[in-house]
Structure formats: C-alpha cells, structure tokens
Design a protein around this ligand. Structure first.
Ligand code: GLU
Length: 476
C-alpha cells in the first residue's frame, strides 16, 4: 500500500482478480496458483556508451505458463520496476485467455528513457538486453515471445529478432521469437495499428448492444460521440484516428505530457500528431484551446474517455470527479482497484484493459502463426477466390446485357467484389472477429449473473475459467 492509500499496480490487479475468483467455484489452491507470478528475472548489464560503461536494469516476468510460449511486450521507460512488470505480465495471462490466443502471460521492461539515446545507442542497448534474455531462453519462439510496448516498436523488435537469429543460426522458426517486427523483417501487415484498431472494434461491438449502451446512460451510435483521449502514442493515436475518421466520433480533448488541447468541434488527429512530432508537445496547436494541467481534463464532460497511456491515471483522487459515463481502457491498468470501486458505484461502465487493448496481442498471434507457417496469409487463396468471384461477375454481366432485363451493376461493385483478400484484410477480419467474440463471452456473464455488475469482473471470470480449465486438462 502506498502512502496515498492506493495499492500498488500488482496489488490492484490481484484485487480485481480476487473479486472475480470469489464468485467462482475453483478447487482449493487453484486460485492461488493462477494468481501468483511464476518467475521474474532481473538482469543488470553494462554497455559502453559515450566513453564510459553505463549499467542498465531490466526485467522479464513470466506470470503463467499454462500455455507456452508466454507472451507479452517489452517496455522501455525510466520508472519500470518489478511490481509493474509483474502486474503487466499477469494482465497478459488474462488478456490472452479472454481473446483465445494460445499463450501464457509474460512482460519485460528496461529502466531507460529512450529519448536520452540516439538510434545507434538504442540498438546497442536493445541488443545487449536481448542477448541476456535469449541466453536464458527468456526469448524463444516456443517459450517466451516478446512484442512492442511503451517506448518500443518495430525497430527494437527487428533488433531482437536479428540477435536471436545470430545466436540460433539453425533455428528455422527463429523469426517467431518476437512479434511486432517490421513487415520486411518477418512482421505482418496491420500490427502497428492493431491495438488502436482493436479499441475501435471493441467500441463498435459495444455499440451493437442497446442494453449495454443504455447501461452506460448513452444512446445511439458512435457517430457524434464526444471523446477524450489521454496519450497520443501508438495506441491512442490509432484509436482516435480510426474513431474520428471512420465512425464519426468527435475527439474533443487530447491529453499529453505537456498539457491538454481541446476543441468542442473535434481535433484533427493527424494534424495534431504531426504537430507533436515537430514541437515535442501539444502546446500551441493551432485552432485549439490549451491548458497546462493535462490530467484535469480526464474529468471533462464527454461521452467516452479513453486512457491510452500509463497505469494509475484514474485513481482514488480523481475517480469521483470523472464525468464520462463510458471508459475504455486502451492502456494497461489506467484505473486503479480503488478507482474501479468508486466508478462502479457511480454507474460508470468500464470496458476493461484485458479486453480493450487485446488487439495488439491478437495480431501478434497472427504474426507468430505466419512465422511458423512460413507463408503470408492469403497467398494460396487470393487468386482462386478472385477467379470464383469473376465467374459470378461474368454471369451477372451476361444477364444485365439482356435488353429485356432492366437492371445493371452498381458502379464500383465489380472492382470491390472481385478483389480477393490480402494479408491486411485478413488480419483486420481476424481481429474484428476476435474482438466481437471476446466481448460476447464477457457480456454473457455480465448479463446472466446477478452477482456480476461490471464487465471487468465478467472478463476476469471468463479468463480465470479458461486458465483453470487448461490446468485441469493437465491434471493439476
Ligand atoms: N504490449 C502489448 C500488450 O500489452 C502487446 C503484447 C504482445 O503483442 O505480445 O498487450
């Protein structure tokens, strides 16, 4: 417990777990077995930089190996610590179970502020960290597969894959040792956008259920909904971009490190992202109002609040003042257990992290399968699918040419219908299907059990049930 009375991140996840487990009928001891983190490895290593040796501290935590490999990102951030990495690893277990990706949960972190290093230095540091993990099988296609997280991206994943290949020259599945690689280095189309895209699909699915919309005190569709986004990193940017350009949502506020910008008519997310890249923050973004006190805007009037940055931003201090009737947790752990309780009593609907941000690991799963199968999705079927579509189009054209029949094909139909699905279309289809199915498994528990009043508890119950079933199948 911290001085503020707020539990630590890991305790917070455990409290949420306990709440769900208490409503389940698990065999004695199994609850404890599932909850605890199996192992955390701490490594300290030195890298010669700028004429001196600098020592770095990193972690890789495996929460559960009920399925292998264990899966989860590697975060580069200055305040990374064991408690955080273990909390994030446990969330990975429940996330993977909920979206049915056949993995255990893991997470890694390196205490570093990547902004203090240039590209070459970062490569050396990443390579050395990867070396330390690979030599202990903490990166391995069959045992432990990292991915991007805060402060890391395609570039770091490419370095990790390369380092693994150097150390395992005869491993034909070497590329599957890490996901989130750039497409030219064994990655998959649509991985960078995947978590933000998953947030969009999650909201689309939520808005397909009138009962759920009403539970949040909302009505209608995503069109015209006022949205506050905290964090315009990879996840926040993609979610905000897709929601505003494809679903008609209005992004009224974007909160970043240096403050918040707002515009009741809606911010142009692409322009704002370019502005941040050029100026290092949101301050001065043309046409928008700016305030230095960014986090205060979490309390702004809106329909949907999307925390998409770090854990603990909605806590016991501000939970009571949150006005959004619907929160979707694009980040991991943005709402503490204490805040969760306050919001639950207020009637706020929370679409929880273990579901809301699972788009990333879902597409990571597709990438891992692609690497193991050594073939791009759609390569075998695409032209055959197009040829069959061509048959129908030819037939329709023959019929519409008959002067006695007064109809014709809609312009564009032929082109749209004929196009067979490529990798990106298949990835999006698989992700959409996954997000719909996982939501439905959660909402079924939410609506059928009187003792379950929130989606988080429902999501944990589905996940814990699946992990328990897998342990039972192993005879535990
Ligand atoms: N770091 C991401 C997460 O928290 C992705 C994990 C992965 O793709 O393995 O879900």
């Amino acid at each position: 417990m911290s001085a503020t009375g707020e539990p630590s991140f890991r305790q917070s996840v455990d409290l949420m777990f306990n709440r769900a487990a208490a409503l389940m009928d698990l065999p004695p001891g199994l609850e404890e077995k599932i909850r605890v983190c199996n192992a955390t490895y701490t490594v300290r290593f030195g890298v010669r930089l700028r004429g001196e040796i600098r020592t770095f501290t990193g972690y890789r935590s495996v929460h559960s190996e009920h399925m292998e490999p264990a899966k989860g990102g590697i975060r580069f951030a200055p305040n990374v610590n064991q408690d955080e990495v273990e909390a994030l690893a446990s969330l990975m277990t429940y996330k993977c179970a909920l979206v049915e990706t056949p993995f255990g949960g893991s997470k890694g972190g390196l205490c570093i502020d990547p902004r203090h290093y240039d590209d070459f230095e970062l490569e050396q540091i990443t390579r050395r960290f990867a070396y330390e993990l690979i030599k202990r099988d903490m990166i391995n296609p069959a045992q432990n597969v990292p991915a991007p997280d805060m402060g890391t991206g395609e570039r770091e994943m490419a370095v990790i894959a390369d380092q693994y290949q150097r150390m395992n020259t005869t491993d034909i599945n070497a590329k599957a040792c890490v996901t989130g690689k750039p497409p030219h280095a064994g990655g998959i189309q649509g991985r960078v956008e995947a978590t933000g895209r998953g947030v969009q699909y999650a909201l689309q699915e939520f808005f397909r259920h009138p009962e759920d919309i009403a539970a949040a005190g909302l009505s209608g569709t995503l069109d015209g909904k006022r949205v506050v986004v905290q964090g315009l990193g990879n996840v926040g940017y993609h979610a905000a971009h897709f929601l505003s350009t494809e679903d008609g949502a209005i992004i009224t506020h974007v909160i970043e490190r240096d403050g918040v910008v707002s515009d009741p008519e809606g911010l142009n997310i692409n322009a704002l992202r370019d502005w941040i890249a050029e100026n290092g923050g949101v301050r001065g973004f043309p046409g928008a109002e700016y305030h230095e006190e960014g986090l205060k805007a979490l309390e702004a009037e809106c329909d949907i609040l999307i925390p998409a940055a770090i854990e603990g931003v909605i806590n016991m201090h501000n939970a009571q003042s949150i006005k959004a009737p619907l929160i979707i947790e694009a980040a991991n752990g943005p709402v503490t257990a204490g805040a969760d309780e306050i919001l639950r009593h207020k009637g706020t609907v929370i679409i929880p992290d273990l579901y809301a941000n699972a788009g990333g690991v879902t597409v990571s799963y597709f990438e891992w399968v692609k690497n193991l199968s050594h073939i791009r999705f759609g390569r075998m079927q695409r032209r055959q699918e197009e040829a069959r579509h061509q048959l129908i189009v030819d037939e329709l054209e023959r019929l519409s040419a008959d002067p006695g029949i007064n109809w014709q094909l809609t312009p564009n139909f032929k082109e749209r219908y004929l196009r067979g699905a490529g990798e990106l279309e298949l990835v999006r289809s698989g992700l959409d299907d996954t997000m719909r199915a996982a939501y439905q498994s959660m909402r079924e528990v939410w609506h059928t059990r009187n003792d379950v009043t929130d989606l988080r508890t429902a999501g944990f119950m589905v996940s814990i049930g699946r992990v328990a079933a897998s342990y039972r199948a192993k005879g535990l």
